[in-house]
Design a protein around this ligand. Structure first.
Ligand SMILES: *Cc1c(COP(=O)(O)O)cnc(C)c1O
Length: 412
């Protein structure tokens, strides 16, 4: 396997060393092949908000295994999942399931271009929307520029229609929209950026995007693959009071199995095949096993008050890390929205990808290594989010803070 892994960040290239090979998981913990136990702050990069092997999810999977693994036709559970999402996110009037977040974002872009008859896509520097060509674009120099390919193999022609603006730079978006808004099919954004490390939206940023896209007749695509059902029951659109035209989902909606989804206004969604002319498909889209895990997860999140607990846990962890940074005199910024958190080793406020990159990556690597040695699995890159599940014990977070404190004292 290239780099020894099936998805790049797992390789530890960002921090050095080799990743543990995992053998099993339960609740908030992972166990590797040597029997070492880790507090899991990665949670498969977001999906496992209930922790590993939640009993309700396991029971739903067992039940579905008794019924069949794939049907090649519609099933009741797909309808139930679509209804559940529509209830939690009123802006989602219709839903199409995919097998990954990448497919959801690719399909959202095609749909937006198809319905508007326009080509340009505006995205934000440091935001990740999966590995589809048109969204794998990096910012060139300058405030807002036409994109350059983010990877060899992405044709310059493909990203020539992608405009990259700095996250939280509403003035930059306004400028772009004034210049060529009538050619912009869509603005796509992570409402809380999680793929440059956690960067919250500045007050007014998301509302501004809503106003600018409405004014220019462009589609607003909220990529809630990470934030959906995580930063609140109804995702970031509920937390920030936003009505996007299209929403991309993934991660939690699959409860740990491969699912993505694209949802939004009926008039737009009805343009997808076979109701409309814009093509989108998937052999295992709506896989009964994945849908069972996802539906059970979404329903479990309606019971009790898991989001208050996640908020409390997140606040406790943030306060502990910040106190450790202050005690050690190490420049530190902890960005957090609910149960997503990143620590940056910088004195600058982290508001976009540029400021995120001011973090001292050597500090990050050293701290990451100490956490791992102490039995905490933190994402092996500065530019990823740490996650909490509802079953993370307070005492384990305090232990994490203790390790973090020691790591700061030993920084070289
Ligand atoms: C993870 C992620 C994706 C890609 O989802 P995959 O299931 O890995 O294809 C897209 N957008 C955001 C915001 C993500 O966090």
């Amino acid at each position: 396997m290239p780099g020894g892994v099936n998805s790049p960040v797992r390789s530890f290239r960002g921090v050095g060393g080799d990743p543990p090979f995992f053998a099993s998981a339960k609740g908030a913990h992972l166990t590797d092949l040597d029997g070492n136990r880790y507090l899991d702050m990665v949670l498969a990069y977001g999906p496992l908000i209930l922790g590993h092997l939640d009993e309700r999810v396991v029971a739903a999977l067992r039940t579905q295994l008794g019924r069949g693994e794939a049907m090649g036709g519609p099933t009741l559970a797909e309808v139930e999942l679509a209804e559940e999402v529509a209830r939690l996110m009123p802006a989602v009037e219709m839903l199409r399931l995919t097998s990954s977040g990448t497919e959801a974002a690719m399909s959202a872009v095609r749909l937006a271009r198809g319905v508007t008859g326009r080509d340009l896509i505006v995205k934000f520097d440091g935001c990740y929307h999966g590995h589809g060509d048109s969204l794998l674009a990096a910012a060139g120099s300058g405030v807002a520029t036409l994109a350059i390919p983010g990877s060899p193999g992405v044709p310059a022609g493909t990203v020539a229609d992608t405009v990259v603006v700095a996250f939280n730079d509403l003035a930059g978006v306004r400028e772009e929209m004034e210049r060529r808004g009538e050619r912009v099919a869509a603005v796509i954004v992570e409402p809380v950026a999680g793929n440059m490390g956690v960067v919250p939206p500045a007050p007014g940023f998301l509302e501004g995007l809503r106003e600018l896209t409405t004014a220019s007749g462009s589609i607003l695509i909220l990529d809630e693959v990470m934030t959906g059902f995580r930063v609140s029951r109804g995702g970031a659109q509920e937390r920030y009071g936003l009505a996007p035209d299209l929403t991309c989902l993934g991660k939690i909606i699959g409860g740990g199995l491969p699912v993505g989804a694209l949802g939004g206004r009926r008039a737009l969604m009805e343009q997808l095949a076979p109701a409309g002319p814009i093509y989108q498909a998937g052999t295992l889209s709506g896989s009964p096993l994945a849908v069972a895990a996802g539906l059970t997860t979404l329903r479990a999140l309606q019971e009790g008050d898991p989001y208050s607990r996640l908020e409390r846990l997140g606040a406790r962890l943030q306060a502990g890390l910040e106190a450790a940074g202050a005690a050690a005199g190490v420049p530190l910024r902890v960005n957090r929205v609910g149960s997503m958190l990143t620590f940056f080793f910088t004195g600058e406020e982290v508001v976009d990808f540029r400021s995120a990159r001011t973090s001292d990556l050597s500090h990050f690597s050293q701290v990451h290594r100490r956490l791992l040695q102490g039995g905490v699995f933190w994402p092996p890159s500065q530019f990823e989010a740490g996650f909490l599940s509802v079953v993370h014990p307070e005492a384990e977070l305090d232990r994490l803070v203790g390790l973090f404190s020691h790591a700061l004292a030993e920084l070289v």
